[in-house]
Design a protein around this ligand. Structure first.
Ligand code: ZN
Length: 310
């Protein structure tokens, strides 16, 4: 059993809590810290945002600790975001993998797409300063790591990229207070913040409100009716219809702006019309889900994600 373990700060990523533990423990290697807390060194591709074997970690916590497996999953991992667009049965298996020691891929269970993987940990320069003043140290905020989040909801400022890589195959725990955080002063189009903020609010709502998802075939059918309604699909008969891919892509690009789509996922701009067509009309045959693309499509077609889910 551990002598002490840091209490998570509000909306702190578990990785960040462990990084603070690592500093206090005096352990010589990250691997030692990892084994102490997670027993296994099984490396999962998304381990930084979706750690596993939390049952073991909680069993090691000092007596009287208020941290539970459930509280860690819900408040300190990206589980609330990645459970979206999964059916209840898929969520059940996904959540179990976070609790247990298993070599089954969590990323596969959560159907994580490569496109929704951030390359580095992100931070808000204003939160960073405020946290240092309030708590005496900075920490990695969970909300800032959610794919598609380009701005801090609290300060309405663009998030900066750190040098801490998420796709690193090594085990590492870098505390936010210990790494050099360089703040890039990018120039943005005037309404970039407003557009990013509006998207961030949708993603935040989705992560905070559990709505039972009826499956990708249901979603594809919803898309089809909306496309017909908005005249992006022209119906000729009961079985014959034409989807106007270029018109849809042009309207979508105009709605969000190249700067915003490029900041989320530069690659989708290369063949935008084909990419969107695939997500609109074939989303039920893919093995992975690009959640942000679905959020963007739904917001574009419906105005808000709430309207489709509730
Ligand atoms: Zn902030």
């Amino acid at each position: 059993m551990l002598g002490s373990f840091p209490t998570p700060y509000p909306d702190e990523l578990l990785y960040s809590v462990v990084a603070r533990y690592h500093v206090r423990s005096g352990n010589k290697s990250f691997r030692q810290t990892h084994e102490e807390l997670f027993e296994t060194i099984e490396l999962q591709p998304d381990k930084i945002v979706l750690p596993n074997n939390l049952n073991f970690l909680v069993s090691q916590l000092p007596q009287g600790s208020k941290i539970t497996v459930e509280s860690l999953i819900k408040r300190n991992t990206l589980y609330p975001f990645f459970r979206t667009f999964l059916t209840p049965i898929e969520i059940y298996s996904f959540k179990n993998l976070l609790r247990e020691k298993s070599s089954i891929s969590i990323s596969k269970a959560a159907k994580i797409s490569d496109k929704e993987r951030n390359k580095v940990l992100k931070f808000c320069p204003k939160c960073h300063v405020e946290d240092e003043q309030k708590y005496g140290e900075a920490y990695w905020h969970r909300q800032h790591q959610i794919p598609g989040m380009l701005v801090c909801l609290k300060h309405e400022t663009p998030l900066s990229h750190s040098q801490v890589f998420l796709d690193n195959e090594q085990i590492h725990y870098y505390a936010a207070s210990q790494v050099d955080l360089e703040i890039k002063r990018n120039t943005y189009l005037e309404d970039f913040i407003d557009r990013s903020l509006s998207l961030a609010q949708e993603i935040d709502w989705l992560s905070h409100n559990y709505v039972e998802f009826r499956g990708m075939t249901w979603l594809r059918n919803v898309y089809k009716s909306l496309l017909i309604e908005r005249k992006f699909i022209t119906k000729y008969s009961r079985t014959k219809f034409k989807y106007h891919d270029q018109q849809f892509a042009d309207a979508f690009l105009e709605f969000y702006g190249e700067d915003l789509l490029g900041a989320i996922q530069p690659k989708i701009l290369e063949k935008l019309e084909k990419y969107l067509e695939y997500y609109l009309l074939s989303c039920d045959i893919t093995q992975t889900i690009d959640r942000i693309t679905h959020v963007l499509i739904i917001k574009f077609l419906c105005g808000s994600i709430r309207d489709i889910f509730t």
